[in-house]
Design a protein around this ligand. Structure first.
Ligand SMILES: Cc1cc2nc3c(=O)[nH]c(=O)nc-3n(C[C@H](O)[C@H](O)[C@H](O)COP(=O)(O)OP(=O)(O)OC[C@H]3O[C@@H](n4cnc5c(N)ncnc54)[C@H](O)[C@@H]3O)c2cc1C
Length: 433
């Protein structure tokens, strides 16, 4: 059964969220606008405003909703989470206010699924309480899109794993209490069984942040960004620091990325809707050639195309969330890949049009559009580049197809017409055809 309605009780929660994000979270974006601000637990002023807001979210039962009930979360399911993320996506700070900021959400999922009781107490609980932040340390300076190229090693030495190597773009490492590190534990194993995942407190001797790399929409001073370039100098962690079994690094990494991609996709709907709203307001407000921009056909094209693209994408993401909730594990895989690819495209297309319609004002820092535009390339890279997801999607789709049985395609018209003639031969003969 297909149903596009929202449960009225849950709609009340969404209405509360929409008002709360607009009135309480968006002002934080303006007061503390830098990339690292929501993660900087040392920023006393920001934390003083943040804490009571987080308490309000908790009182509404909307805190850290990404975990399933078996893992201690609210158990809303992905469709409800998608609708929540659409609202959260309107504000940079909102994920922190709602306890659903990446990469902490994915790291919490990993710890909940693969962590020991001791690890859950030490890392997961404070993460869920919002008192610490974490980092995911997988990409390396020489390789990202293909983890099979990674070389950062972890080897056993007595009662410890020893990590040696470099990692690149470990977001929020400078603020993190711990890092989840993917390292090669068995270089001779099959490619997908070479790596393991280890949880490493950031203050472990040998963890050295070489540089905090900034993206084009963050600060431009060297070492002022939030993406850690880290050297692990013979970093020793106990054997039970491993999440999952040796060789299960890929499996653990996959566990954290699926739901997260759907959340990112729906947050992009929220952010892009804001850009679209700005586009429409501008079209009605500005005049050229004796009429409003809205009366020019090019501009009407911008608005119509954007509305269609936004609606198509929103339905794709909600359907993907529905498949995760209702169909067997794995059924959503191709849809998640579609969302991942289309997220970056949607953000690119609509923000570009909205910015362009604002003319010179659009390329300044006086609207949020410039910053959003500078972040457009991120989603096509973070969690893997678009090309890799397209290739994977295509492979999944082609598993359902076979080569044509003969020289011509199965849809070859003369062949099919001959089959149709054979099927109805008696009737055709009777009528002389
Ligand atoms: C904002 C942001 C946050 C991030 N946060 C984290 C984090 O917290 N932790 C972490 O570990 N990493 C993080 N990353 C890194 C991210 O996962 C990598 O950037 C991504 O996997 C691509 O790796 P790369 O940058 O090394 O690019 P490369 O692997 O060098 O790829 C560069 C380009 O080569 C092409 N290409 C690569 N492979 C293929 C292929 N198979 N087929 C066709 N073309 C291909 C694509 O055009 C691709 O864009 C983050 C990245 C960004 C932008």
């Amino acid at each position: 059964m297909w149903d596009f309605s929202t449960d009225p009780e849950f709609q009340k929660k969404l209405d509360w969220m929409a008002r709360f994000v607009r009135e309480e979270c968006e002002p934080l974006d303006l007061l503390f606008p830098h990339g690292g601000d929501p993660y900087d637990t040392e920023n006393k002023a920001a934390r003083a405003i943040l804490k009571p807001l987080q308490e309000q979210v908790k009182a509404q039962g909307l805190w850290a909703c990404h975990l399933g009930p078996e893992l201690g979360g609210a158990g809303f399911g992905q469709v409800k989470l998608a609708l929540m993320n659409e609202i959260i996506g309107r504000s940079y700070w909102a994920p922190t206010v709602f306890g659903t900021a990446a990469p902490d959400t994915g790291n919490a999922e990993i710890l909940a699924l693969f962590g020991t009781e001791e690890q859950k107490k030490r890392y997961l609980q404070p993460l869920l309480d919002g008192t610490i932040v974490s980092s995911f340390s997988m990409t390396e300076p020489h390789a990202g899109a293909d983890p099979k190229e990674f070389v950062c090693r972890a080897y056993r030495d007595g009662d410890a794993w020893v990590i040696d190597g470099e990692k690149w773009f470990s977001s929020n490492a400078r603020y993190a209490s711990f890092l989840i590190v993917m390292a090669v534990t068995d270089p001779d194993a099959k490619p997908h069984e070479r790596m393991s995942m280890l949880v490493v407190p950031t203050d472990t001797p040998g963890v050295e942040i070489l540089r905090n790399v900034g993206t084009i929409n963050e600060r431009d001073e060297l070492d002022e960004g939030i993406h850690g370039y880290i050297r692990y100098n013979q970093v020793r962690v106990p054997l039970d620091a491993m999440l999952g079994e040796p060789g299960e690094g890929f499996k653990v990494a996959q566990a954290r990325l699926g739901g997260g991609r759907v959340h990112h996709a729906m947050r992009t709907v929220g952010k892009t809707q804001r850009a679209f709203d700005m586009m429409c307001e501008r079209a009605l407000s500005r005049r050229s050639q004796g009429k409003t921009l809205a009366e020019h056909q090019f501009v009407q094209g911008f608005i119509a195309e954007s509305a269609i693209q936004l609606q198509q994408f929103r339905l794709l993401v909600l359907h993907t969330a529905w498949v995760i909730d209702n169909e067997p594990h794995g059924a959503a895989r191709p849809y998640i890949a579609m969302c991942k690819v289309a997220t970056a495209q949607l953000q690119h297309d609509i923000i570009q049009k909205a910015l362009h319609l604002h003319g010179s004002l659009g390329v300044t820092h006086e609207t949020p559009l410039g910053e959003w535009w500078a972040a457009v390339p991120h989603l096509a890279l973070a969690d893997g580049p678009t090309e890799v997801h397209k290739a994977s999607l295509s492979k999944q789709i082609l598993k359902g197809y076979r080569p044509a049985p003969g020289l011509f395609p199965t849809e070859h018209v003369p062949t099919r017409r001959a089959q149709a003639r054979e099927r109805h031969a008696a009737v055709l003969k009777e009528y002389g055809l």
